[in-house]
Design a protein around this ligand. Structure first.
Ligand code: NAD
Length: 306
């Protein structure tokens, strides 16, 4: 029998919890005993407007089911107020799910600075501000779990979404660094690239596909990663949706090491291009130090590629 993971006495902050994935997280964690801060600005998916209804509806649903939740209506840009809501109402914060998001899809040619800036403000600055406000609490209690939300659009690019793609890949670097800085304090940080039916995707995917992509099916991975029983998985990227879960990682091709003198020319690289892109024996680098070690070893051994 599968063990039921519970979150009693923990406080989970979910940003953008008024709908879609955030709502599914909020309902789940409340049903498993957590106190939940249901944050939502309540605007449109393009980031226009604001309102209290989106968060209130979710809080009501949690309370009616016997759970504990409080609403917060701030934009994630004001992360300190969201975390303060957790402290004021529940006295602590244990888990931060940076989930809030909007879209401003437009071709690169037609993109305005305002489209670029708003996307980056909500996704990057928002995740930063919430994590920054939670961090001192996590460090003090030597416990914290963070999930940031990337996207396949960020990992692979997506037509008409260069603002969103840039902001989403930023979640990866942000998470990887937080994971390194947090590990000593038992703060584990992972990043997900979800796929789910929501108001964000309902116009870009056909109904039969959407029917198989309930937001609820991203929840189990997130819950497993932020549960206290996860003590090791951190700094990782996962894709999740429709019941599928898989870890992603960076891969390095065989590559080419040429002597760094005046023979090191564009032509010399092109001559051995096959080696630059040869993934037949991949390596899986895990940090900047890895590249330095590789270069040191190659220099000691002398390059075969001269
Ligand atoms: P959604 O629009 O249903 O939910 C996003 C929520 O965030 C909304 O309720 C919205 O009001 C809220 N929000 C927006 N700006 C905010 C702000 N400044 N402060 C606080 N709340 C704000 O969309 P969703 O599909 O559930 O998306 C959730 C996250 O998952 C987003 O970060 C999105 O980019 C990401 N994502 C979703 C998919 C997908 O397939 N649905 C794919 C990749 C990534």
């Amino acid at each position: 029998m599968v063990q039921e993971l519970r979150f009693d006495n923990q406080t989970v902050v979910v940003t953008g919890a008024g709908g879609g994935l955030g709502k599914a997280y909020a309902l789940f964690f409340a049903s498993r005993g957590a106190n939940v801060v249901v944050n939502d600005l309540g605007g449109s998916f393009k980031g226009e407007g604001a309102g209290t209804k989106a968060a209130d509806v979710v809080v009501d649903e949690i309370k009616k089911a016997g759970g504990k939740a409080v609403a917060n209506y701030d934009s994630v840009e004001n992360g300190e107020r969201i975390i303060q809501t957790a402290i004021d109402n529940f006295g602590r914060v244990d888990v931060l799910l940076n989930n809030a998001g909007i879209l401003r899809d437009i071709s690169f040619k037609n993109m305005k600075d305002s489209d670029w800036d708003l996307i980056n403000t909500v996704h990057i600055k928002g995740a930063y501000k919430c994590a920054r406000a939670a961090w001192p609490h996590f460090r003090k209690q030597k416990y914290g779990r963070v999930i940031n939300t990337a996207s396949a659009a960020g990992l692979f690019g997506s037509f008409g979404q260069c603002n969103y793609s840039a902001a989403k890949l930023a979640q990866v670097g942000f998470t990887e660094t937080l994971a390194k800085e947090g590990q000593k304090y038992n703060i584990l940080c992972n990043v997900i690239a979800p796929i789910a039916a929501s108001r964000m995707t309902e116009t870009v995917m056909p109904p039969d596909v959407l029917a198989n992509l309930k937001p609820e099916w991203v929840v189990p991975l997130v819950a497993a990663l932020v549960h206290p029983s996860n003590t090791t998985e951190t700094g990782s990227i996962f894709e999740a949706g429709g019941g599928h879960v898989a870890k992603l990682r960076w891969e390095r091709a065989k590559g080419l090491l040429l002597k760094a003198d005046d023979t090191y020319t564009p032509g010399a690289i092109l001559k051995k291009w096959d080696s630059v892109i040869d993934f037949s024996e991949p390596e899986y680098p895990s940090g900047p130090a890895d590249m330095v070690t590789k270069l040191e070893n190659s220099l000691k051994m002398g390059s075969n590629d001269k």
